[in-house]
Design a protein around this ligand. Structure first.
Ligand SMILES: [Mg+2]
Length: 214
């Protein structure tokens, strides 16, 4: 079942384009969230990074998936300011590794790509669930994806569960104080606010899902 569900390069190229479009659309919203508990630049930083990706993407379209995502990650790493640069840059650099220099992957390899990316975010950010960061979105989502695969849930449905768990994880950042990042200094005043990184992480996973449904 999972071996026959194949994602080709065209899928990933479209995802990259849609990620760039999404960050433009959500720029002001993400920046507003960051204004509440951070330094008001998260949406702006992401658009700067993805504009660079879009500028270079035509040169990269003949790369295999491993190399394509390495280049996407490096562009983000170089251009996105704040903590998001190393975290999203690292996530995308690792994301292509399980594709093993191929132009398409099956669903199990696709799941491994997210695993690699999320593990990088956890190790680089040294964050765990409950710190009010991206990890609050990404870790429960990833666990749900692999749980769904263990339970032989159909690919699209498994991916829907993945993104739904990301949404629940995102919202789990609202009632808590931060233990990482700029919101840390706010103490209790961070309570009641969504974490901007947790929010952008959910939006990013949603783009992958929207393209699976196309
Ligand atoms: Mg910021």
């Amino acid at each position: 079942m999972y071996e026959n569900y194949v994602l080709n390069k065209q899928y990933f190229i479209q995802v990259i384009k849609d990620l760039a479009a999404m960050v433009e659309e959500q720029r002001d919203y993400l920046t507003k969230l960051d204004a509440e508990i951070g330094d008001s630049d998260h949406g702006i930083n992401l658009t700067i990074g993805f504009r660079e990706v879009m500028k270079k993407l035509p040169e990269w379209e003949n790369e295999d998936l491993t190399s394509l995502f390495k280049k996407v990650g490096m562009a983000l790493l170089g251009k996105v300011g704040g903590a998001a640069g190393p975290l999203y840059g690292g996530l995308f650099m690792k994301f292509g590794e399980p594709a093993a220099n191929k132009d398409e992957v099956n669903f199990l390899e696709f799941a491994e790509m997210f695993k690699k990316g999320v593990e990088l975010v956890e190790s680089r950010g040294k964050a765990i669930v409950g710190d009010k960061t991206m990890v609050d979105t990404l870790r429960p989502a990833l666990d749900k994806l692999f749980e769904a695969i263990d339970n032989e849930v159909k690919p699209l449905e498994a991916f829907e569960q993945f993104v739904k768990a990301a949404e629940v994880g995102r919202d789990s950042t609202i009632p808590i104080v931060a233990r990482k990042g700029r919101a840390l200094r706010l103490g209790e005043r961070a309570i009641g606010h969504l974490d901007p990184g947790a929010t952008s992480s959910h939006l990013i996973l949603s783009v992958f899902l929207d393209n699976l449904k196309k």
